[in-house]
Design a protein around this ligand. Sequence first.
Ligand SMILES: CC(C)(COP(=O)(O)OP(=O)(O)OC[C@H]1O[C@@H](n2cnc3c(N)ncnc32)[C@H](O)[C@@H]1OP(=O)(O)O)[C@@H](O)C(=O)NCCC(=O)NCCS
Length: 183
Amino acid sequence: MSVFLETGRLTLRRFTEADEDDLVELDGDPEVMRFLTGGRPTSREEVRGRILPTILNYYERFEDLGAWAAEERSTGGFLGWFHFRPYRNGPRDGDIELGYRLRRPAWGKGYATEGSRALIHKGFTELGVDRVVAETMTVNAGSRRVLEKAGLKLVRMRTVRTTEGTEHGVAEYALTRADWEGN
Ligand SMILES: CC(C)(COP(=O)(O)OP(=O)(O)OC[C@H]1O[C@@H](n2cnc3c(N)ncnc32)[C@H](O)[C@@H]1OP(=O)(O)O)[C@@H](O)C(=O)NCCC(=O)NCCS
């Protein structure tokens, strides 16, 4: 197992091909996908053909950026994932994007905040990151709360038109190293 980071309660490690079932279960929960796809579960074919290969491809390009499987240290159980990666697949020297997706039984225990704070700390102290950014649907109150608890500040709101022709609001958050150090 290739461990990237440990916190009090979490282990963040690299994904492997063996994580397909866990990802299918995670993205198969309409509640998990509510603010991501409107609740549409992701099929096994999509996980196998697109999502897992994209995650594994990051490890080819970056030693220390990408998506990390989160496990509960006490049980070894799969909790979901965090990502900490170049924004919109851009260059390494740009903004680093924070994100997370956890299985429903793991919600409400502070795990997303704990993992986010640890990634931000590592990013600013070890990985040479200058700015962490994140986006979430404006109505995703839980996710916005996590970002705020992790120290990010609201930058702006904007409207996005989806391929289905509907619109939704997106909240953009950011935290610079200078602001983080000043806290
Ligand atoms: C969003 C998510 C990662 C939060 O994970 P978590 O481990 O439960 O988060 P934490 O326990 O660290 O913190 C959640 C905070 O949001 C609050 N919260 C949760 N749901 C809320 C809601 N509907 N309205 C207001 N606040 C809410 C919690 O009370 C908590 O704040 P508090 O500590 O001040 O009480 C998790 O719900 C998830 O994976 N959701 C599905 C995927 C998703 O939406 N990902 C984000 C996409 S941008």
